[in-house]
Design a protein around this ligand. Structure first.
Ligand code: PHE
Length: 329
């Protein structure tokens, strides 16, 4: 009966139950041993010997079966734990540059290739650097609370990157050429204005730097961004440059013929520029009789829109993945 039971068992756990059933304290063999005292003196040694033999037979059978089952269970475990290391791994999604960052990097590369140093300044700026030092009078409209985010009476979120001009001049001796990029803030919101946007500022100062140098550098810059495109300079006014100009490029859509993007003028304004005002040179610690220079500033979003044909500035900041994914390289 024991042999039959042990043969049929299919797991080491069940086998142990059977061991208890047969040899345990309340097991069958123990039962038989307990019944021994009711046997006669003649019978007892005979039955006793028989019981011991059966007990040792059962123990052997259990041992052999346990070995078999353990081996079988080990193989099953190995089979289940098998890892196929030749399977291809899961793809990890790769990010891409935001179109504004990508354009900013392009502009930085173009100017550094032309020998411009990269400078930096704070986004929370003193009114002195943002306005006063740049010759912007107290009454100038850009100081108006509607355009400028004030942090305190004399601290603002910078409204342009031009304050970096002053910070750089105070720490460097001419001749030099530098650019500064970063966030600027104005209280404005519609299809072409967001309260935060990016600018790139440029400043080149040395002996005999002229408007011809300004035109040469900026015309070359436009060629590198937009290819062989016509440009023009229109007279303009900025408190910190004299003379001042705005630079236009021929419309990238209609090639000068007139369309909605360029409001049928054939031209798109891309930056402000001019010769650094003598008052600003003095504020930077220079003598306007010894050195001269030019400066320019442009919106990076504007350039990114023209490069990629985007017609709503706000798309840059909606964070709609369908929009952003198009720029992944
Ligand atoms: N700071 C000006 C602006 O934000 C741009 C500019 C910079 C113009 C440098 C002239 C020289 O509009």
């Amino acid at each position: 009966e024991a042999e039959e039971l042990i043969k049929k068992v299919e797991s080491s756990k069940e086998l142990d139950d059977i061991r208890v059933q047969l040899l345990g304290k309340k097991g069958k063999i123990t039962d038989i041993m307990k019944g021994m005292k009711s046997l006669s003196n003649d019978e007892r040694p005979v039955i006793g010997k028989l019981v011991n033999e059966i007990k040792s037979d059962i123990t052997k059978l259990l041992e052999v079966r346990l070995k078999e089952l353990s081996e079988k269970e080990k193989l099953e475990r190995i089979e289940n734990e098998f890892i196929d290391i030749t399977l291809p791994s899961r793809k990890i999604g790769k990010g891409g540059y935001h179109p504004v960052t990508e354009t900013q990097n392009l502009l930085k590369r173009i100017f550094t290739e032309m020998g411009f140093d990269i400078a930096d300044g704070p986004e929370v700026e003193d009114t002195y650097y943002n306005f006063d030092a740049l010759n912007i009078p107290e009454t100038h409209s850009s100081r108006d609370l509607q355009d400028t985010f004030y942090i305190a009476d004399d601290v603002v979120l910078r409204t342009h990157t031009s304050p970096v001009q002053i910070r750089y001049m105070k720490e460097h001796k001419p001749p030099f050429r530098m650019i500064a990029t970063g966030r600027v803030y104005r209280s404005d919101y519609d299809v072409s204005h967001t309260p935060m946007f990016h600018q790139i500022e440029g400043l080149m100062i040395g002996e005999n730097i002229s408007f011809a140098n300004l035109k040469a550098i900026l015309t070359e810059f436009v060629k590198k961004v937009f290819g062989d495109t016509n440009v023009r300079f229109r007279p303009h006014f900025f408190p910190f440059t004299e003379p001042s100009a705005e630079m236009d490029v021929e419309c990238v859509i209609c090639k000068g013929k007139g369309c909605r993007l360029c409001k049928h003028t054939g031209w798109l304004e891309i930056m402000g520029c001019g010769m650094v005002d003598p008052e600003v040179l003095k504020e930077g610690g220079y003598d306007p009789k010894e050195v001269s220079g030019f400066a320019f500033g442009m919106g990076i979003e504007r350039i990114a829109m023209l490069r990629h044909g985007i017609d709503d500035l706000r798309a840059f900041y909606d964070n709609d993945m369908r929009f952003l994914k198009q720029f992944k390289k």
